[in-house]
Ligand binder design. Structure first.
Ligand SMILES: *Cc1c(COP(=O)(O)O)cnc(C)c1O
Length: 638
């Protein structure tokens, strides 16, 4: 690395390169030491803390990396942003209804997250959305029967409905959203049997379709929601039982991460038509629930692209309020309370996955010898000759030649005509050719298509102490991208081009798509490792969906979790620390009995003593190693 570039590089250059101020949403930035910071707002001040300080704080408390860092202030801040944005839009438009947000539990079911939503959402009457019995149990035990909405989606059996109805008596507002025709007779029967009037909602299938990665929930073939035909049957059934006054809510959900505001508007417009008709049919109504879909700008590009969005939060709220108002005013129908079920946008910012880099593989050639041995094969000499001819004008030609010679040399090796050392020399020459071609790519008039992937082919592999499958499942499952950035050293120029590999032994266990302005990029600029210093990476905006979708590939378990709260005086408290899974934990998930494993190993070791293979003292040591591993972290420990 050239000393001069290093000196000129500033944190501002890094902020631009990694687009931190674009996706950071005023929460994440860099300080003058080149460390990523997080900012928490207070009524009359704001406080900025370095993530490196938080990392050393949690390490001092004995929590290892990898770990998920949850910053409670950011969850609070997002609940405030969402509610305040609706309050502004409602008051600016003179809208007569209120906003009643609910948090969908499935987006992050962790107890601390739900407790925080419940506590902090109280002042906005922010409720919860439950999609299963287990989630209803969470909602009922976390909210305090203070009239906040509990929207019950998903398939509901008698037990689910009985619990929700009985909870109604305690002061909870459980709304049963009818998703299938079979649910309604159960709700009617059980509410009559228990003598409790239910709050009923209907979920409709909109024909508006949305783009993005999660669009399967929209359109006529969506597996969720009632068709118009089924909706008419619901109305008739309720009418027959004189229960139209129980039908209070219309619900739809177009899918998550909707990048285009026009599609959101179209959905609201279509839903309003349903709402008008339900009112005209005599239903009580009062709530219009637009589901989730509010997108997170993972790339910070503010465009209509799957990892971004072409609208701001204020625009989202204003558009919804405006469309609802315009449609209903035309029919002189009272403005409903607006419900949204924003999960992703509420919780994504508050979690960061932190891990360190264990090792790096580069594709640099080893130093080449000054002179080649006398009897060197002609093909190898030819390959070396290519080195001397590279110029910006003949990059493709040199590439073709080098490839040809390398393959021919490989054939010679297969036939036993050259040695391992010859072949290794040839591989080095080949890498040297590729590196020199890459260095000249920027000087060429145009990059030949075949060479476009060269940068990626030569990229370093940084091995991170984490599992994509456990901690970032959407990267593997649906090619999601998240901002991936070292959390320090931003006062130095990152001179390496890299991809990241995890410690599973799976070739899918990698991150090789990164955020960029338009399309994604295939490599990430990183700093060379230093011998005496950890290199700590952060994967940002991972609070939504990642934690419980993760699996136990290679039996790498849950990571440790540290929840911190930043205080107004600039300090922070570690509110909660959760140790990650131990090896015994993950083995018991797959039905092993750790104690039995330990005993079996002790017996084997005892037999070895009896057979004279080891001494009794050696047995003690090996049994101790086994025990410590069994109770240790599933990740690399140092
Ligand atoms: C998953 C889901 C949500 C959450 O959507 P986000 O895009 O994360 O806000 C809301 N409602 C329903 C019915 C869902 O299934």
């Amino acid at each position: 690395m050239n000393i001069e570039t290093q000196k000129n590089w500033t944190p501002d250059d890094s902020a631009e390169l990694y687009r931190i101020r674009d996706w950071g949403s005023e929460y994440f930035d860099l300080n003058e030491r080149g460390e990523i910071t997080v900012t928490a707002k207070f009524p009359s001040s704001q406080v900025t803390v370095s993530l490196m300080d938080i990392v050393s704080g949690i390490r001092q408390r004995g929590l290892p990396l990898p770990a998920i860092l949850r910053i409670e202030n950011l969850l609070d801040a997002q609940i405030v942003r969402l509610n305040e944005a609706f309050v502004r839009a409602i008051s600016a438009a003179g809208y007569q209804g209120a906003y009643r947000g609910v948090f969908p539990i499935k987006v992050n079911q962790q107890a601390q997250v739900i407790e925080e939503v419940a506590e902090f959402g109280a002042r906005y009457k922010h409720g919860l959305e439950a999609g299963s019995k287990a989630e209803l149990i969470i909602a009922l035990s976390t909210l305090k029967a203070d009239g906040r909405l509990i929207i019950c989606n998903g398939y509901k059996d008698e037990e689910f409905i009985d619990l929700g109805l009985r909870a109604q008596r305690l002061g909870y507002n459980c709304v049963f959203v009818i998703e299938t025709l079979t649910e309604l007779p159960i709700v009617i029967e059980r509410s009559k049997a228990l003598g409790i009037k239910p709050m009923i909602g209907v979920r409709v299938k909109l024909s508006s379709k949305v783009s993005g990665l999660w669009n399967a929930t929209s359109g006529d073939r969506s597996i969720f929601g009632l068709t118009t035909n089924q909706l008419v049957q619901v109305l008739d059934m309720l009418k027959e039982h004189q229960m139209l006054d129980c039908l209070q809510l219309l619900h739809y959900h177009l899918g998550s991460q909707i990048p285009n505001i026009r599609e959101i508007r179209n959905g609201v417009m279509e839903a309003c038509r349903y709402y008008v008709n339900l009112v005209e049919e005599g239903a009580a109504m009062g709530y219009l629930d637009l589901g989730g879909g509010l997108a997170v700008d993972y790339t910070g590009a503010s465009i209509n692209q799957e990892h971004s969005r072409n609208y701001s939060l204020d625009e989202y709220c204003a558009d919804i309020v405006e469309v609802v108002m315009a449609t209903l005013d035309a029919h002189e129908i009272a403005h409903p309370n607006i419900v949204t079920e924003s999960g992703r946008a509420t919780v994504a910012y508050s979690s960061v996955l932190l891990f360190d880099i264990l090792d790096v593989t580069t594709f640099e050639p080893a130093p080449l010898p000054e002179a080649l041995p006398e009897n060197t094969d002609d093909l190898i000499l030819n390959l070396r000759e290519v080195l001397n001819t590279i110029s910006p004008k003949n990059l493709q030609e040199c590439y073709n030649d080098a490839l040809y010679y390398r393959d021919e040399i490989g054939e010679l090796f297969k036939r036993g005509q050259i040695t391992l050392r010859d072949r290794s020399l040839a591989e080095n020459l080949f890498l040297e050719v590729l590196q020199r071609i890459r260095a000249q790519l920027d000087l060429a008039d145009r990059i030949p298509p075949e060479l476009e992937g060269l940068r990626e082919y030569l990229a370093d592999i940084y091995y991170g102490n984490f599992s994509v499958f456990q901690s970032l499942p959407d990267i593997w499952a649906i090619d999601q991208v998240f901002p991936v950035v070292p959390i320090h050293r931003h006062d130095e120029e990152p001179t390496r081009d890299a991809i990241l590999a995890d410690i599973t032994c799976d070739c899918d266990g990698k991150i090789d798509r990164f955020i960029d302005v338009h399309e994604t990029r295939r490599t990430l600029p990183l700093h060379p490792l230093k011998a005496d210093e950890d290199y700590v990476m952060g994967v940002f905006l991972v609070g939504a969906y990642q934690e419980t979708l993760g699996d136990l590939h290679n039996l790498l378990g849950d990571t440790a979790v540290a929840s911190v709260r930043i205080n107004e005086d600039g300090t922070f408290d570690v509110i909660k620390e959760l140790e990650g899974d131990s090896i015994a934990d993950v083995l018991s998930y797959v039905e092993y009995q750790p104690q039995a494993l330990y005993e079996a190993f002790r017996t084997t070791a005892e037999r070895a003593v009896r057979e004279g293979k080891i001494t009794a003292a050696e047995r003690r040591d090996v049994v101790k190693s086994f025990y410590e591993s069994l109770h240790g972290y599933t990740y690399y420990e140092n």
